[in-house]
Write a protein that binds this ligand. Structure first.
Ligand code: NAI
Length: 331
């Protein structure tokens, strides 16, 4: 039998946490033969709710779930974890300045970075979900220098999956037959959902999405804004932000990172930029990646047209500004 993998979920008493922990315990994230031990962290005001989630996990009698740690102690939460899913953070509230929200999250991610660095298992893989996801991940990376930079990522898979969903609805095809969309940049409304290399599996072979949709106006306009604004549309409809789709995307992100992407398929991940596609190095930026043997690599050599170039640069610009704002909160 396999040794259990320890998975940390921060903000586990929140709504994404509530959707996410049962998925992990059912093997959605790491596969149906991989036992897990869940480490759940939240803050003291949520301790009672967190304990309620732990009670439900016990009640669900998940065969793969070999243990649950539910705690408000960051060190206890981080000790020995192999995978860390960082969902906890300080949300922006009505009337709050961007700098105030950033400052709260910078201090959270700085201290959680230190705890992970000191107490997590070697080679721990981290994905930051909490917003501002890219910049929180950057702060985490900077304050956990002994964690390899390749191990610190942020979630843009939800945006990626949203793009797949929009194409599948438009063409009335199965979502599993659509692949290789790309989310470039920030997990924010400046992200660029790019279909220039996306294809659909048809009875006549793989066809480019552009050819099948044959409506550049939609692809260059409404498609992009729908994906960019989808989070806001969910909030408007549900009066709560996306939770089940975010949890599912977090599972997809870790699943593909650990177990690999299928041959010929890439996914989007926020990763530490090495300057590929002339994106400034030193930002956590969403790129197309393939994964093998537990490591991602950025897909190289894709043609970037002028329309795309502007959009890649715009979202990089926003991330550089966020980085500067985050650093200004450190002093
Ligand atoms: P929520 O407010 O329901 O849950 C957040 C939880 O984090 C709360 O239980 C809170 O007590 C906890 N928390 C706050 N500070 C903490 C700390 N220092 N340590 C540990 N836990 C802490 O929010 P929800 O809906 O679960 O969303 C969580 C985050 O995910 C938000 O920042 C949201 O903006 C972001 N998000 C990101 C998406 C993505 O695609 N990257 C998609 C959807 C949401």
């Amino acid at each position: 039998a396999k040794e259990p993998v320890r998975v940390l979920v921060t903000g586990a008493a929140g709504q994404i946490g509530y959707a996410l922990v049962p998925m992990i315990a059912r093997g959605v994230m790491l596969g149906p033969d991989q036992p897990v031990i869940l480490h759940m962290l939240d803050i003291p005001p949520a301790a009672e709710a967190l304990n309620g989630v732990k009670m439900e996990l016990v009640d669900a009698a998940f065969p793969l779930l070999k243990g649950v740690v539910a705690t408000t102690d960051v060190v206890e939460a981080c000790t020995g974890v192999n995978i860390a899913i960082m969902v906890g953070g300080f949300p922006r509230k009505e009337g709050m300045e961007r700098k105030d929200v950033m400052s709260k999250n910078v201090s959270i991610y700085k201290s959680q970075a230190s705890a992970l660095e000191k107490h997590a298992a070697a080679n721990c893989k981290v994905v930051v979900v909490a917003n501002p996801a890219n910049t929180n991940a950057l702060i985490l990376k900077e304050f956990a220098p002994s964690i390899p930079e390749k191990n610190v990522t942020c979630l843009t898979r939800l945006d990626h999956n949203r793009a797949l969903g929009q194409i599948s609805e438009k063409l009335n095809v199965q979502v599993c037959d659509v692949k290789n969309v790309i989310i470039w940049g920030n997990h924010s409304s400046t992200q660029y959902p790019d279909v220039n290399h996306a294809t659909v599996k048809t009875p006549a072979g793989e066809k480019p999405v552009r050819e099948l949709v044959a409506d550049d106006e939609w692809l260059n306009g409404e498609f992009i804004t729908t994906v960019q604004q989808r989070g806001a549309a969910i909030i408007k409809a549900r009066k709560l932000s996306s939770a089940l789709s975010a949890a599912s995307a977090a599972c997809d992100h870790i699943h593909d990172w650990v177990l690999g992407t299928p041959e010929g398929t890439w996914v989007s991940m926020g990763v530490y930029s090495d300057g590929s596609y002339n994106v400034p190095a030193g930002l956590i930026y969403s790129f197309p990646v393939t994964c093998r043997n537990g490591e991602w690599s950025i897909v190289q050599g894709l043609h970037i047209d002028e329309f795309s170039r502007k959009k890649l640069d715009l979202t990089a610009q926003e991330l550089s500004e966020e980085k500067a704002l985050a650093y200004s909160c450190l002093t």
